[in-house]
Design a protein around this ligand. Structure first.
Ligand SMILES: *Cc1c(COP(=O)(O)O)cnc(C)c1O
Length: 360
């Protein structure tokens, strides 16, 4: 925590705004809007809820197909199933590890040829690294398919100087406990298109019609963020730049110390891409060496995990369509997320680096 969070929580207690409405929510939404430059923001109970509402706003129907990046966390794809829609997974490129725009175009052409025009595209800035945004948007525009930007891991990242959150018809962040800033659990939906966000707020509060009694003309959800959690978010927004700087410094230190070993690959920033370096990720030469490093680190009480397991390899999506470059499977086989917490001590990081260097 940055320090101010507790004051905003106390304020909520003192003014008795213990509810999914209240001033902290408005301040938090304004802080997100000011930070990203996106005019309309809805604070919600999770990033998953934000994506679910985004798909509803786009009018995705049961049985329709939605294209989704395969190399991601399951929450990027689960809401497709909530809609009764069908995920079509697209593999990654090697430059940013995100959705391959050429393969996206190929996939869309193929789906259209089979009379299965996709209803939406979900792409991700995984680990805080912006995707090949211009190319992805160009494909989406060419086929006039709405684009959802999963910026759950990318608050503080920029593309050509513009903050993540600006690169979809609808975009969303997550403030889950593991993300770069947190509200313990929470998310936000953003758009330049006011009706998307206004209607999402309406649906997120059980779609209650304006009437003195409780009246409902549509099925609603209970997806608003609490005023207490928003107080945490309000405080966290005061330190987001410090958090990004801290994560980037951690990445730089890993790169400086491990980059010359000749055995470890990093993910450099292409021109115009500014990553928040949410997690520092590396690639080992093969799975055996990757697993060896995980085991050695675990024996020294250091927890490390492989990169996200691609959706097309998940048992729950085993029957889903998948357009492949082979990249995400390679990343999953050889990749490792290193400890990256913003508050990690230099001494701790040096210890981790030394363990890795002496076991390559
Ligand atoms: C965390 C995350 C989400 C979902 O956010 P929650 O707030 O946990 O629901 C979606 N996509 C990606 C890529 C994530 O990392």
């Amino acid at each position: 925590m940055g320090g101010a969070e507790i004051e905003f929580i106390n304020e909520a207690f003192e003014t008795n705004w213990i509810s999914p409405a209240g001033p902290n929510i408005e301040y938090f939404e304004k802080a997100l809007s000011d930070y990203t430059g996106v005019p309309h923001v809805a604070a919600l109970s999770s990033g998953t809820a934000a994506l679910h509402l985004a798909l509803i706003q786009l009018g995705v129907k049961p049985g329709e197909e939605v294209v989704c990046q395969s190399f991601t966390f399951a929450a990027s794809a689960n809401p497709i199933a909530y809609m009764g829609a069908i995920p079509v997974f697209v593999d990654s490129e090697r430059i940013t590890w995100n959705m391959d725009p050429e393969l996206l175009e190929e996939a869309i052409r193929d789906r259209i040829a089979k009379n299965k025009r996709p209803a939406a595209i979900i792409y991700v800035h995984l680990y805080g690294m912006p995707a090949l945004i211009d190319q992805i948007r160009q494909v989406a525009e060419q086929f006039e398919i709405p684009l959802i930007e999963d910026a759950a891991e990318a608050l503080g990242a920029k593309y050509k100087g513009v903050p993540a959150g600006n690169f979809g018809d609808l975009s969303f962040f997550s403030f889950n406990g593991n993300k770069i800033i947190t509200t313990s659990g929470g998310g936000a939906l953003l758009s330049n298109h006011r009706p998307y966000v206004e209607e999402a707020k309406f649906l997120a509060t059980q779609a209650r019609d304006p009437a003195p009694h409780y009246q409902h003309s549509r099925i609603g959800y209970n997806y608003r963020l609490s005023n207490i959690s928003a107080g945490i978010g309000r405080g966290q927004m005061m330190v987001i730049e410090d958090r990004v700087a801290a994560r980037r410094k951690i990445y730089d230190r890993y790169l400086e110390n491990l980059g010359q070993s000749g055995h470890i690959e990093f993910l450099p920033e292409p021109d115009g891409h500014f990553s928040n370096r949410w997690l520092s990720c590396i690639l080992l030469p093969d799975q055996q060496q990757r697993d060896h490093i995980i085991k050695i680190l675990a024996s020294q009480n250091v927890e490390c995990r492989p990169l996200w397991k691609p959706m097309h390899l998940q048992p729950v999506f085993s029957k889903a369509l998948f357009y492949s470059t082979g990249v995400s499977e390679d990343l999953f086989t050889r990749g490792l997320c290193l400890p990256s917490g913003s508050d990690m001590d230099i001494k701790v990081q040096e210890r981790i680096i030394n363990i890795i260097l002496s076991n390559l």
